[in-house]
Design a protein around this ligand. Structure first.
Ligand SMILES: Nc1nc2c(ncn2[C@@H]2O[C@H](COP(=O)(O)O[C@H]3[C@@H](O)[C@H](n4cnc5c(=O)[nH]c(N)nc54)O[C@@H]3COP(=O)(O)O)[C@@H](O)[C@H]2O)c(=O)[nH]1
Length: 701
């Protein structure tokens, strides 16, 4: 049977479910009259469900009493569930029991027969409006869920009891649960012990006091997956009221990757890559702590520095890989010699530092304990190593420093271990030495001097003094530049007190360059005066300075920077420089000679000079060492040596100058054997340039 269609179908498409034909027709007519379109008519429950699915009306007008097994309430329930369509009951029944059942289907309206047209219209309009609003809300919720599901972070909502009310896809992925395994369950299931059992308490405390540990800002905690594995997460929780109920929204961020990167950075910063042992930085950190602890407990600690003997040879003979393997094996053996609380670190290269803590508070007893561990290390490391299929042996030299309380700075403690370790090396290696304070005092003094030297150069505390040189007639021909250090506290410091250290530390390089440039500037100053215009200036050059590959360039730059005349510059070399690569020496000398620079061989006779290469060196002058000049008149050997040097120099075509000439007798003898030039207190002491002018007037011809 067909019901009236619609004349004007713009108010809504309605499915009518009514088993009495006359009533159905009457309702349909009314609907059409009200502007609705009747899209279908069913008389039974199942038919209503099928038509609802097929026709997708906007509303179902449902009689409760239907022919057949399924009544309207059951059909309405199915239609709501399957198609989310709004149902309005239209019935003659108003019994409480019927109403209660109908209510469960969440109907959009309930119309009691008989009803007026006005009543029908009002209920339908309200129902359609509510349905539309619900649909929009559902669409909005779906949209929100899609956004939430697209998020990398997990979003969980909880009710006041901590039960999960919603999650997004990321929560399932992060924790490995299907949504239905989480929804309605307590959020504590996502936490490892002890928080799993404590979480209820946290919530209650929050309800009573308002305090919440994860409220607001992200808090880093552990989460537990379905498979039991624990992983780090950052959780921030906010609280809001929803429908009058407290609700919590938790944002969960998996920080596994970040933690890994942090751990990686930490490992790189504090652990040695090759051995996996703590590095110097971490040891220093622990040492700082250990000093604080020992101050509190009164117990001693010890630093044991060990350096592998002849490690370089393993590297050079068997390759760097074998060297690395040896270091790794040493790194594995060392921790077996100490307690877990002690620190074994690799300091770099073949140096390892072991820090022992909580030793006896009695100094002697503590030293015995440290000695025992050091001996244990010595023994453990002396066992053979298998490197690349071969057996190798190595031994360490071990330096031990005891510490208690933060009395000494960290740097000083480390220096003390160095001193002790070098003492062990000096004692023949493969041995243990405790730090000796006397040696330490020396080392500290050296360090202070080294720092002072650098500061002195920066503060222009160095000056050059000039000692006159005269020819056979006693006429000044030039001078030697001699370095002095005008120390603000120590006064004038002679070079013998700082040149050796400057050479050892390499500080002689910047210092020597400063001497060269200052000497060149002095040459230029002299060139402007008639009396000194042709003077030469002898400058001492240290072996390290001369050995620099760019030594020639350094001299050239000093000459160019000052515009000094190269032919007036005389570089004094010593015999010790000639022991190494003689060809290199000759090449550099020739390069400078080509510019006009001349060379004197200083302290001649005190070192080892091979006559064969002496012949090859482009020298200009030999300088008889003052040790031969001093006793010339009383020691016939010195007189013969002086005579021999003069003869040798002349035979080689070189000029000979004597230094340390203090008396007329020395001068006269030297002059009698043909010495060409003289320098010494007899003619004048080393003085500042300004004083040299006065001295010139007093010079004895
Ligand atoms: N690499 C550099 N070494 C330098 C430089 N300046 C100096 N030195 C070297 O230091 C050593 C000590 O020098 P100094 O204390 O200046 O002593 C020199 C003279 O003062 C001293 N002298 C000179 N005449 C006499 C004398 O009649 N009697 C006496 N007892 N001493 C005298 O001899 C030293 C001369 O040194 P040298 O001619 O170089 O051998 C010394 O080894 C210097 O080389 C520098 O700038 N760089």
């Amino acid at each position: 049977m067909s019901l009236p269609g619609s004349l004007c179908a713009n108010k809504g498409r309605i499915l009518v479910v009514e088993d009495e034909m006359i009533v159905a027709r009457d309702i349909a007519q009314q609907l059409v009259a009200l502007g609705y379109q009747v899209v279908g008519h069913a008389t039974r429950g199942q038919e209503a469900i099928d038509l609802a699915g097929a026709l997708q009306p906007e509303l179902v007008l449902m009689d409760i009493q239907l022919a057949g097994a399924m009544d309207g309430i059951a059909a309405a329930q199915a239609i709501r569930l399957q198609f989310l369509l709004p149902v309005v009951f239209i019935t003659a029944f108003a019994a409480d029991e019927v109403l209660a059942r109908a209510k469960l289907t969440e109907p959009f309206g309930y119309i009691l027969k008989p009803f007026s047209e006005r009543e029908l219209r009002t209920v339908l309009e309200m129902a359609l409006y509510k349905h539309q609003a619900d649909s929009q809300a559902r669409d909005a919720a779906r949209h929100t869920q899609a956004i939430l599901d697209g998020m990398v972070d997990g979003v969980i909502t909880l009710n006041a009891q901590g039960l999960i009310t919603s999650i997004n896809q990321a929560v399932s992925t992060l924790f490995g649960y299907a949504p239905e395994e989480l929804l309605g369950h307590n959020v504590a299931m996502l936490m490892p012990s002890p928080h799993r059992s404590l979480h209820g308490g946290y919530l209650r405390r929050h309800q009573h006091t308002g305090a919440g540990c994860a409220m607001g800002q992200g808090r880093e905690v552990d989460g537990q997956r379905r498979d039991g594995s624990v992983f780090p997460i950052s959780v921030s929780v906010s609280e809001l009221m929803h429908n009058g109920q407290t609700q919590f929204i938790g944002l969960v961020h998996d920080i596994t990757q970040r933690r890994r990167s942090e751990e990686n950075i930490y490992r790189l910063a504090f652990y040695d890559k090759l051995t996996g042992l703590p590095n110097r930085r971490l040891l220093m950190d622990r040492l700082k702590q250990a000093l604080i602890t020992s101050t509190r407990t009164g117990q001693h600690g010890a630093l044991i520095l060990l350096d592998l003997d002849h490690f370089k040879q393993i590297n050079e003979t068997f390759g760097l890989d074998a060297g690395d393997e040896l270091l790794q094996q040493v790194g594995q053996r060392l921790p077996t010699c100490v307690r877990d609380d002690d620190t074994v670190s690799r300091f770099g290269g073949d140096e390892f530092m072991v820090m022992l803590e909580a030793l006896s508070s009695q100094p002697q007893e503590a030293a015995i304990q440290a000695e025992a561990i050091a001996q244990k290390i010595l023994l453990a490391l002396a066992q053979p190593y298998r490197l690349r299929g071969h057996t190798h042996g190595t031994t360490p030299s071990i330096g031990v420093v005891m510490f208690r309380q933060a009395q000494v700075s960290l740097d000083d403690l480390l220096k003390m271990t160095d001193v002790a370790m070098y003492q062990a090396k000096a004692a023949g290696r493969n041995t243990v030495r405790f730090f000796d304070p006397a040696l330490q005092a020396l080392a500290l003094a050296r360090t202070a001097l080294e720092e002072n030297l650098r500061r002195g150069l920066a503060l222009q505390e160095f000056v050059l003094h000039y000692q006159i040189q005269v020819d056979h007639q006693g006429l000044p021909t030039g001078a030697e530049a001699l370095l002095r250090w005008q120390h603000p506290v120590r006064g004038m410091v002679p070079p013998a007190q700082f040149i050796p250290l400057a050479e050892e530390t390499g500080f002689i390089l910047p210092l020597g360059q400063w001497v060269l440039e200052s000497a060149c500037r002095q040459l230029v100053a002299w060139s402007h005066q008639r009396a000194t215009g042709s003077w030469t200036l002898a400058v001492n050059v240290s072996a390290l300075q001369f050995a620099q590959p760019d030594f020639v360039a350094h001299v050239t730059s000093a000459l160019q920077a000052t515009s000094a005349n190269p032919t007036l510059l005389k570089l004094e070399l010593t015999e010790s420089m000639l022991v190494g690569d003689v060809q290199d020496v000759i090449t550099k000398m020739n390069a400078l000679k080509a510019q006009g620079v001349s060379f004197a061989l200083d302290d001649f006779g005190t070192g080892y000079s091979s006559l064969s290469y002496l012949k090859r060196l482009p020298l200009d002058q030999l300088k008889i060492d003052q040790s031969f000049v001093r006793d010339l008149l009383i020691n016939p050997n010195d007189a013969v040596i002086a005579q021999t040097i003069v003869a040798l120099g002349h035979n080689l075509g070189l000029q000979v100058i004597a230094e340390g000439v203090e008396t007329v007798g020395q001068h006269d003898y030297l002059a009698s054997i043909g010495c060409d030039a003289f320098q010494g207190y007899y003619f004048g002491r080393p003085v500042p340039a300004a004083e040299l002018a006065c001295l010139l007037k007093q010079i004895r011809p």
